[in-house]
Design a binder for this molecule. Structure first.
Ligand SMILES: Nc1ncnc2c1ncn2[C@@H]1O[C@H](COP(=O)(O)OP(=O)(O)O)[C@@H](O)[C@H]1O
Ligand SMILES: [Mg+2]
Length: 236
């Protein structure tokens, strides 16, 4: 199949059904869309629409019931567990509504963690981690335990941890959903700046239409289908 060279992510005919016992829940079917290298794409939709499910599948944390996801030319469902883990560690940065930092570890140690997982020596990992903490405006917080930081600071640390591996693709699931609106503005602005500076391709699930409007494109999940909507057409 012809693949436009600047398409980074291609979702084709994606379907997800959750089964428990005899009951089945079809979250979505026949989702198809492409995301070009460098785009910042918002995924909007009501609670339960399937935004997290979609991001989990794109991030190889869950598998589809049918359909495929391609990142560059890699077909994600063809990867073994090991290769999928390697793909996540090398190509994907994740940011969640709840930061999942290790509260007893310092900000620096949390940010360094993905490099330690890769086998870096501690000193080299922490040197890069301190540069990333500076990039998110938290240089002076490096030695604070993450449990002592504010919600906004924790999300900045989580963003630094997501980007230290220099991923191609950033998947952010309601990254400002747990923050007050002023703090959320700061975290979103930081995310948008690093998206540009790091030449990322980003998929951001959000309830916040003001943030969605600042993305290049908006995809809305509704009734199990996905549709592109004009950012300026979103309700104020
Ligand atoms: N692991 C799971 N098992 C069963 N149902 C699930 C699971 N994860 C999500 N769901 C259901 O799938 C639907 C979509 O959920 P989700 O992707 O979390 O939506 P959103 O992130 O848009 O709020 C919801 O009805 C949710 O209850
Ligand atoms: Mg969700």
């Amino acid at each position: 199949m012809h693949l436009n060279s600047d398409v980074l992510l291609r979702v084709e005919g994606l379907k997800k059904v959750f089964r428990s016992g005899t009951s089945e829940l079809q979250v979505f079917e026949n989702l198809s869309f492409q995301v070009a290298q460098g785009e910042m794409v918002a995924i909007v939709g009501e609670s339960g629409a399937g935004k997290s499910t979609l991001l989990h599948i794109v991030g190889t944390l869950d598998g589809p019931t049918a359909g495929d996801v391609y990142c560059a030319s890699l077909r994600l469902s063809s990867l073994s567990e090991d290769r999928a883990a390697q793909f996540r560690n090398h190509e994907i940065g994740f940011m969640w509504q709840f930061h999942y930092l290790l509260p007893e570890f310092t900000a620096l140690e949390n940010v360094a963690m993905p490099l330690l997982v890769r086998g870096f020596f501690r000193q080299a990992a922490e040197k890069q981690a301190s540069e990333w903490l500076r990039a998110v405006g938290l240089a002076e917080r490096a030695q604070h335990r993450s449990g002592e930081l504010s919600g906004g600071e924790q999300q900045r640390v989580a963003l630094a941890r997501a980007l230290i591996t220099q991923p191609k693709l950033l998947l952010a699931d309601e990254p400002t959903g747990d923050l007050d609106s002023h703090t959320a503005d700061g975290v979103f602005a930081l995310l948008a700046r690093l998206h540009r500076d790091c030449q990322l391709t980003s998929l951001i699930a959000t309830h916040n239409f003001a943030f969605a409007r600042r993305c290049d494109r908006v995809l809305r999940l509704q009734n199990g289908r996905i549709a592109e909507v004009a950012p300026e057409g979103l309700p104020a």
